[in-house]
Design a binder for this molecule. Structure first.
Ligand code: FAD
Length: 492
């Protein structure tokens, strides 16, 4: 074979290959909070989009809870029509830069891509991120068509992905929307949970600015259930959407959890995000530096906590997980990133007791070895304790990241709101309607801790139902994909 033929063959092979995401090298990013993934260039994006074979009956769209015309936006990118691609994306998704960064595409749209069977699927999320970042880099954000004012007023409670989606969809339909947020910054978990190195706060602010430009009024420092109750708001608004998430952390309920140096992942990550620990030394550091840190859990929240501990300068960082590698609910990409950054995984391990020193600071964790038994309700092997397998891990800090449930504040002061297992608000899957008249709900408050895109999907469904209720006009229903294993953060 001549050199030319060899080059052609390699090129052909490369063309089939999915474009890797350029990243900061692990040894550098371990010491900063800058975004790890650097994003595709226009050349990368066109090359990746050109791999799409434009199936006559595409399956990728079936995997998208917000019903994006995936082949349509990819085709635009392949043709270099970036404006066309962002128009398509924003027709059904008001948060493309965020979804492109954090959605578990590997279990949603990309798993359905026909190329996944032979080669690697199209990098749909990376292309979505590219289109959104390209639009922002142009310094001009296009506004969608808006319907004339309907005279109806809606209150969306909670400014996470569910509340933002409801607000964005309803304002475009001509309704007046106010988004109430308990914290001083809107964005929900996108702002207070997901770290800067995965989702920079300037991106969240950019997408929140877009929502404000659409005309949504955003009211912060407003705790529904304290500042005003649901019933008081219903006196002023025609309909109310509850999207207050699942912000109440679970603990392991083992001895020693009240020792100094034991955090919930919520506290750990919220301090770093909202108290701007990531900007240290320009900002003060809201968390003590610990030498050995163990994070309990195997989801995205656990990976985020462990990688934050690495950046805070811990010398040893462990993920302690009671099942095996295959069952880790975190995104594969984030597990790989954590490993590259030096996080050590202790699989099939269960903490049973935390011990402290004389001053009340954590000193060590007593653990048990586990094995996997028969499948449990989640379909995964049930972790079973191995008798007499106790061992000790010396540790200075523990971050508990085993799941969350909804805060009971609103249900407690809204007696006619039906609440189910773990305090989740009960809402109809197809409409988001709750047991209370004129009140809808969606996102983590209904499902328990899940994903950004499922919260957005629920927001779209509720917005459609609210609009139908207020105007009598029927809108086309978005598809409702089944949640897949690995999407639920609380599946520890
Ligand atoms: P939230 O985002 O929780 O927003 C709810 C908002 O309501 C909050 O801002 C809260 O302050 C506010 N609120 C609560 N009570 C009140 C009240 N009484 N009055 C007014 N406001 C109130 N998902 C992914 O898809 N990919 C990931 O990579 C990913 N990583 C994650 C990492 C972390 C650290 C965490 C915690 C979660 C992660 N998730 C991820 C899950 C995802 O972020 C959530 O499923 C999603 O944000 C849920 O959206 P939501 O709108 O239902 O609620």
């Amino acid at each position: 074979m001549t050199m030319d033929e060899k080059t052609k063959k390699t090129k052909k092979k490369l063309d089939l290959n999915r474009r890797a995401m350029p990243k900061q090298p692990a040894r550098i990013r371990r010491r900063n909070f800058d975004e790890v993934a650097l994003g595709y260039t226009a050349e990368h994006a066109i090359a990746e989009a050109s791999r799409c074979i434009m199936c006559k009956e595409p399956h990728c769209t079936e995997g998208c809870p917000v019903d994006i015309d995936i082949p349509g936006f990819i085709k635009c990118i392949a043709n270099g029509d970036f404006l066309g691609s962002i128009r398509i994306l924003k027709a059904t998704n008001c948060l493309p830069a965020m979804c492109g960064r954090v959605c578990p595409q590997e279990t949603q749209c990309e798993i359905k891509c026909v190329l996944a069977k032979k080669n690697a699927p199209i990098a749909i999320g990376r292309l979505e991120r590219f289109a959104a970042d390209w639009e922002a880099s142009q310094g001009r954000v296009e506004m969608p068509e808006m319907r004339p004012p309907s005279g109806k007023r809606i209150a969306a409670i909670g400014s996470g992905p569910a509340g933002i989606t409801v607000a964005g969809d309803l304002i475009k339909l001509g309704h007046q929307v106010t988004l109430f947020e308990a914290l001083h910054e809107p964005g929900g978990v996108l702002t207070y949970g997901i770290p800067e190195f995965r989702l920079p706060k300037r991106i969240v602010r950019r997408e929140m600015d877009y929502i404000r430009k659409l005309g949504v009024e955003v009211v912060t420092d407003y705790v529904v259930g304290k500042t005003k109750t649901v019933d008081q708001l219903l006196d002023k608004y025609d309909a109310l959407f509850l999207g207050t998430g699942a912000g109440l952390p679970w603990f392991m309920e083992i001895p020693g959890e009240n020792l100094c140096g034991v955090y919930s992942a919520n506290e750990y990550l919220t301090r770093m995000n909202l108290m701007r620990g990531f900007a240290y030394p320009k900002s003060s550091m809201p968390i003590k530096k610990h030498r050995r840190v163990a994070v309990i859990g195997g989801g995205n929240v656990a990976m985020d906590s462990a990688r934050t501990a690495v950046r805070l300068g811990a010398e040893e960082v462990y993920i302690i997980y009671r099942r095996s590698r295959q069952e880790l609910p975190a995104r594969i990409e984030e597990v790989e990133n954590a490993e590259e950054e030096g996080v050590v995984f202790q699989f099939l391990t269960l903490p049973v007791r935390l011990r402290g020193d004389a001053s009340g600071w954590l000193k060590e964790i007593e653990c048990l070895r586990m094995e996997l038994g028969e499948p449990d309700a989640s379909g995964r092997g049930k972790p079973v304790k191995i008798p007499n397998s106790e061992f000790i891990l010396p540790m200075d800090a523990v971050v508990v990241a085993i799941g969350n449930s909804p805060n009971p504040l609103i249900p407690n002061c809204t007696p006619d709101l039906k609440v189910g297992k773990n305090g989740n608000v009960v809402a109809d899957e197809k409409s988001g309607r709750t047991s209370k008249d004129r009140v809808w709900a969606g996102g983590d408050i209904v499902t328990g801790a899940a994903t950004v895109i499922l919260a957005m999907g629920a927001g779209r469904i509720a917005a459609r139902s609210i609009h139908e209720h207020l105007t009598g006009e029927k809108l086309v229903a978005p598809a409702q994909p089944e949640p897949l294993l690995g999407e639920t953060q609380s599946k520890t």
